[in-house]
Design a protein around this ligand. Sequence first.
Ligand SMILES: Nc1ncnc2c1ncn2[C@@H]1O[C@H](COP(=O)(O)OP(=O)(O)OP(=O)(O)O)[C@@H](O)[C@H]1O
Ligand SMILES: [Mg+2]
Length: 253
Amino acid sequence: MMVRLEDITKSFGPNQVLKGINLSVEQGEIVSIIGPSGGGKTTLLRTINWLEKPDSGSVTVDGETVAASSASGAGIHALRSKSSMVFQHYNLFRNKTALQNVTESLIVVKKLSPAEADNRGREILDRVGMLDKAGEYPARLSGGQQQRVGIARALAVDPRVMLFDEPTSALDPEWVSEVLDVITGIARQGMTMILVSHEMRFVNDVATRVLFLDDGRIIEDGSPANLFNHPREERTRQFLMKTKDFLSPAEAI
Ligand SMILES: Nc1ncnc2c1ncn2[C@@H]1O[C@H](COP(=O)(O)OP(=O)(O)OP(=O)(O)O)[C@@H](O)[C@H]1O
Ligand SMILES: [Mg+2]
């Protein structure tokens, strides 16, 4: 088992946002989380690397377990080393080149020499199709290119699991497909992924499994074909009907 969440709850003040989440993800699965705004998708993703501390329950990634009742700094550090997250806004260092954005963690976290980091950084930029822009600063890159550097940066730490929180929702429409293509490529190479996305067509194409999260609970969990074409729950059906780029059944798988 690559990721296991057991009985995760989380409240912000009186607002209980996660109401008992149980989830197991096997190595190589591409799990997509969909659901209405405010349903807890981002909060759930952030608990996986303990950016959000749950009130109860435990998180295991690749054999490292942290429980809310007994979290230690060392345990949290070990847990965080197993995953990396790609955010909606690329959060690149503005004063570093594309390559330096990638090599930063190789030097600081992975302790590579500058020359080794440089080689490895170029390899990773190549994987996201950005090698030719290695020397550019973020201000001179398109939104899609910046997000691809963001993905390269997340890849650089050799994560066992990649977490994506709506990686294309801040992009102009013209840059969406290149970023989705890069994510698809990484998925096809066997990376385990948990991905929050509103791009239903992409979810349908790339995910091996879809979770519908609503009001802090996983309401439905199934293959894209089943969940999109034959939702069991009324709430899933309602949500899918409101999703504007939802596929007609004939188009889905
Ligand atoms: N740091 C915080 N402090 C207080 N409330 C928060 C905090 N973060 C999230 N919330 C609340 O938790 C609930 C779930 O938020 P979350 O961001 O997880 O939803 P989401 O499913 O990712 O929504 P969206 O699709 O809009 O991104 C919301 O009601 C939100 O207002
Ligand atoms: Mg969110």
